[in-house]
Design a protein around this ligand. Structure first.
Ligand SMILES: Nc1ncnc2c1ncn2[C@@H]1O[C@H](COP(=O)(O)OP(=O)(O)OP(=O)(O)O)[C@@H](O)[C@H]1O
Ligand SMILES: [Mg+2]
Length: 357
């Protein structure tokens, strides 16, 4: 019978070709080794990453350290499904992971950490379906708005003419109601129809858009909301329409402000991501703009639907802001996603950066 001999070269071939990310930490939770899949996932080389503490490499929504410490103490392995993580490079992933404690014969134990990112393809196809459903709903409403626009103008005009003929002030009150309500509907219809005309595309720096929105937003009277910048100044220009992008970002920032109420923090963050997929297409370089707030979070009942038109969690909301923002970002070949829990709501806008070659 042949005896399997595992040579170091077999071992390294296996580790090099594993699709799961494998990381080995020492008992102080500092990285000792990571395989090429992990290097890809974290966007760094062994040389850059080895020695870093786990808490810097991986941020988990459910605190990870207490369970890891317990596992190290007891020696028991553990695993978890579909956990949300934020990685050192700012990337947010959902992954299954498992932890095994390796007991050395001599010396301190080590911690083997395996990460299996959830099939991104599955997420992408879900996103695609959602986006096309949102598009269909939006188009339906735009069609309806278009049909309402002309008769509404007629109604308003007729009420105005009638108002002029009336002598009795009491009767004029009725025509006022018609005119005011027609104006209110007109505004709604205009928002449903959105900006008309083709986007005016030019190379622009995203920070000029963000600074514009920031200037509009800071110094609101009676508000203690702080807006922080976390910009990557080296991000190349994108091709876009600055008015449309300002509108999209403003809609998201306004929501954050409304959710925060009188006080709280909003972070405007920019990053460049390599090899990022939007819809069906993988791009070499993508601009990620995040608007993060520490408010109460999107109400759970509407979390899956907020990009649909007419979905609102606010008494005075029309539920159009995000739907419009999504459409505008779409016109730039991009996508908006939302990840929200109480205390941390992140809206991420991804727009491809066209690179040469
Ligand atoms: N940062 C956030 N924190 C908490 N909830 C949010 C946040 N952003 C959006 N939401 C929720 O999503 C809903 C939809 O937002 P959207 O901007 O589309 O509509 P709206 O703000 O209700 O109305 P409109 O923008 O048309 O005035 C909001 O009503 C709110 O409940
Ligand atoms: Mg809004």
């Amino acid at each position: 019978m042949a005896v399997a001999v595992i040579t170091p070269s077999i071992l390294s071939r296996v580790l090099d070709n594993l699709s799961d990310a494998v990381l080995l930490f020492d008992a102080d939770f500092r990285l000792r080794y990571l395989n090429p899949s992990a290097e890809m996932l974290f966007g760094g080389s062994s040389r850059q990453l080895v020695g870093l503490p786990l808490t810097e490499l991986i941020i988990s929504r459910d605190p990870l350290m207490p369970v890891l410490e317990e596992s190290l103490r007891s020696g028991h392995p553990f695993s978890k499904h579909e956990q949300a993580f934020e990685l050192l490079n700012g990337q947010e992933i959902t992954a299954d992971f498992s932890v095994t404690i390796l007991h050395e014969v001599v010396g301190r134990p080590e911690i083997l950490f395996e990460l299996k990112p959830m099939d991104r393809i599955m997420r992408i196809s879900r996103e695609e379906t959602m986006v096309s459903q949102q598009d269909a709903t939006r188009e339906l409403l735009r069609g309806l708005a278009h049909e309402i626009k002309n008769p509404l103008g007629g109604l308003r005009g007729a009420a105005q003419l009638l108002e002029k003929q009336l002598q009795d002030d009491e009767l004029k009150e009725y025509t006022r109601v018609i005119i005011d309500e027609a104006d209110r509907l007109q505004k709604l219809v205009n928002r449903l129809l959105g900006p008309s005309g083709m986007p005016k595309l030019r190379p622009l720096n995203i920070h000029e858009v963000l600074e514009y929105v920031r200037n509009l937003t800071v110094n609101h009277e009676g508000s203690d909301i702080l807006i922080h910048r976390d910009y990557d100044p080296s991000i190349p220009d994108i091709i876009g329409d600055s008015d449309l992008l300002i509108q999209a970002v403003l809609n998201i920032v306004n929501n954050a402000r409304q959710a925060l109420g009188r006080r709280g923090n909003i972070i405007l963050r920019t990053r460049a991501l390599r090899k990022f997929t939007i819809g069906q297409q993988q791009h070499r370089l993508v601009l990620q703009t995040q608007i993060i707030d520490d408010g109460p979070g999107v109400p759970a009942e509407i979390r899956d639907k907020i990009f649909f038109p007419m979905i609102t969690g606010r008494a005075e909301g029309t539920g159009l802001g995000l739907s419009i923002a999504q459409r505008l970002i779409h016109q730039h070949g991009g996508l908006i996603e939302c990840d929200s829990t109480p205390g941390k709501t992140v809206f991420s806008i991804h727009i491809p950066i066209l690179t040469q070659g």
